[in-house]
Design a protein around this ligand. Sequence first.
Ligand SMILES: NC(=O)c1ccc[n+]([C@@H]2O[C@H](COP(=O)([O-])OP(=O)(O)OC[C@H]3O[C@@H](n4cnc5c(N)ncnc54)[C@H](OP(=O)(O)O)[C@@H]3O)[C@@H](O)[C@H]2O)c1
Length: 273
Amino acid sequence: MTGVLDRPLLLVGCGKMGSALLAGWRESGIVAAGVHVVEPMGVGGVAAGADVRAVTRVDDLPKGLDPEVVVFAVKPQQMAEVAPPYRRFVKSGTLFLSIAAGTPIRFFEEKLGRDAAIVRAMPNTPAAIGRGITVACPNPRATAAQSALAKSLLEAVGEALIVGDEALLDPVTALSGSGPAYVFLLIEAMTDAGAAAGLPRELAARLALVTVAGAGQLALESADPPATLRENVTSPGGTTFAALQVLMAKNGMADLMKQAIAAATRRSRELAG
Ligand SMILES: NC(=O)c1ccc[n+]([C@@H]2O[C@H](COP(=O)([O-])OP(=O)(O)OC[C@H]3O[C@@H](n4cnc5c(N)ncnc54)[C@H](OP(=O)(O)O)[C@@H]3O)[C@@H](O)[C@H]2O)c1
């Protein structure tokens, strides 16, 4: 982790993702200089604390506030209205970090000015349990130290990677951003198929859920790549072999996944404008 912040962090939007980040930052101690939050609903529960000062409107922030980082965690459709008043924090040394899906760096350069140091990040929902993966891209104004700081802040909710090419964030959105939904669908499909094969639905649902979670964890912890793990459980002529002949046939799972991720990538590009 890259040190701790010398100046306060300003979090704009403390919904699902903002509060997950806030919890992670406090646990890691990276926000030692305190956190200011702007959230129309106010913050309560675990988000409240002596180190967190929350206001409901940007105009209510302390006059002399000089944040080291401003984190935007509002919905993309709210961003055009939300971002402009934060232009007053643009100065050398203040980093703007956005986690808004599909909102490109140029949008923030338009709203905040070309002098703003910006990192655009794409997290995913397992961030809520500290198991997310985020890919982030800095603009040319962001220094290497600011990119490293953004990475550390994002690591509060899982893994984080920095890339230099913003165009990668469209396929990233399609793979890891939307990816949890594909896994949930896999669990649903396995449940339905198990029930259709004669299992009580509740048993099928539990078997599907724990199998997906356990296999994912095994793949994560194993030194072998997923293909080797798959081959290890596939005896020629056995039951897994019979199933994989269906799943790996032409127009099977690999082809479908390619089409699905291509469709999501195209949609991400369309949404970014
Ligand atoms: N959830 C995910 O898994 C996920 C994954 C990848 C990326 N993201 C991105 O993360 C961002 C936040 O998503 P989320 O799921 O955390 O959404 P969320 O739960 O709706 O949180 C957004 C919060 O921002 C607040 N807000 C609205 N206007 C504001 C303003 N003017 N100033 C300050 N706060 C304001 C909202 O309050 P109100 O409820 O009153 O509007 C809400 O509490 C989105 O841009 C999304 O694309 C989320």
